[in-house]
Design a protein around this ligand. Structure first.
Ligand code: NDP
Length: 310
């Protein structure tokens, strides 16, 4: 079996940027971009609307277009890209062994760029109304007829919650933003836009108690944490925007992870295993930006190149 120089797991900004750099360095990288695991290849930006803060796009760029551009850039320099999920990884000794549903690959270096996935509440109400009013992706589901001119709620206090709230104002009759604290993590500019929007009302500090409806979601029961008062709000949609979990379960027990499951690196994309590098949201719970993920992907590829040279 061929032993590849560099195998990259993941196809978000970190994975594709690593592919551009590794390919330009002549390493002929293989990208196993993921398919079902992240919902689709291309990572989280595939379900984002406008990306306004990626340098070089003064007018903004839709997330899927940015990912398509990055993919084409990697392909142009002869990175091989396969939309397959890695289902097993053996990082115990080089060459490292990565398994997909239908093949096995060996590689001298591996770059982990598996990203993160939207967090769920894991409550019975969430399970009952999942895809029947409750969703974690406004971009994917917001335009469904089910939500047209109906009241919609959003849960969360970060930038994702702000983005989803603003996006959903296009479809819903009103959007209620619920957050468990009075302070928001979201950036000021996004929060200001939400506060100014005539269709949005903000309720803090509130948590979700239950979800109600015959078959589809009709109401949510929420609790004001300051007063203890419980109330029911009409809501045909509830969109969760409550953060992310790193996609690192494949590497658990093999590579050093922190308490939250993120891959530990030395700050230069090196993990505790020589020859295994990591980049992007599977490493980073602080910045979590497309541009920082891309930067880390670049670092990981340069480190892989140096490792192979040595
Ligand atoms: P964050 O971790 O920033 O925010 C998650 C929010 O969900 C927090 O407000 C948190 O509350 C709340 N939360 C977490 N768990 C629960 C729970 N079980 N029940 C209720 N609420 C809960 O995640 P985001 O996805 O919003 O953002 C991630 C990163 O991506 C950030 O760095 C952000 O800046 C970036 N981003 C940037 C965008 C842009 O610039 N266009 C768009 C979207 C994201 P609490 O605050 O109390 O912990």
């Amino acid at each position: 079996m061929d032993i590849r120089n560099t195998l990259i797991i993941g196809s978000g900004p970190a994975g594709y940027t690593a592919a551009v750099y590794a390919a330009r360095a002549g390493l002929k990288p293989l990208v196993l971009g993921g398919f079902l695991m992240g919902g689709q290849s291309g990572g989280q930006l595939m379900t984002t609307t406008e990306v306004e803060n990626f340098p070089g796009f003064p007018e903004g760029v839709p997330g899927p277009e940015l990912m398509d551009r990055l993919r084409r850039q990697a392909a142009r320099f002869d990175a091989e890209i396969l939309d397959k999920d890695v289902v097993k990884a053996d990082l115990s000794r080089p060459p490292f062994r990565l398994t997909t549903d239908d093949a096995e690959y060996l590689a001298k270096t591996v770059i982990l760029a598996t990203g993160a996935t939207a967090r769920r509440l894991n409550t019975e109400a969430e399970t009952r109304f999942w895809n029947k009013g409750i969703s974690a992706c406004a971009t994917c589901d917001g335009a469904l007829p089910l939500f047209r001119n109906k009241p919609i709620a959003v849960l969360g206090g970060g930038d994702s919650a702000m983005e989803e709230t603003l996006f959903l104002t296009r479809f819903g009759s009103q959007v209620i933003l619920l957050h468990r604290r009075n302070e928001f993590r979201a950036s000021q500019i996004m929060l200001d836009r939400v506060r100014r929007h005539p269709k949005v009302s903000i309720k803090t500090p509130y948590v979700l108690e239950d979800a109600l409806g015959e078959n589809l979601l009709e109401k949510i029961r929420v609790k004001n944490l300051a007063t203890g008062a419980v109330e029911e709000l009409a809501a045909n949609g509830l969109f969760l925007a409550i953060g992310h979990e790193p996609n690192t379960s494949l590497f658990k027990g093999q590579i050093e992870l922190d308490e939250a499951g993120y891959v530990k690196t030395d700050g230069h994309a090196r993990t505790n295993i020589p020859g295994v590098f990591a980049a992007g949201d599977c490493v980073d719970h602080t910045y979590r930006q497309a541009v920082t993920a891309a930067g880390m992907g670049c670092m990981a590829a340069i480190q892989a190149e140096r490792y192979l040279e040595a």
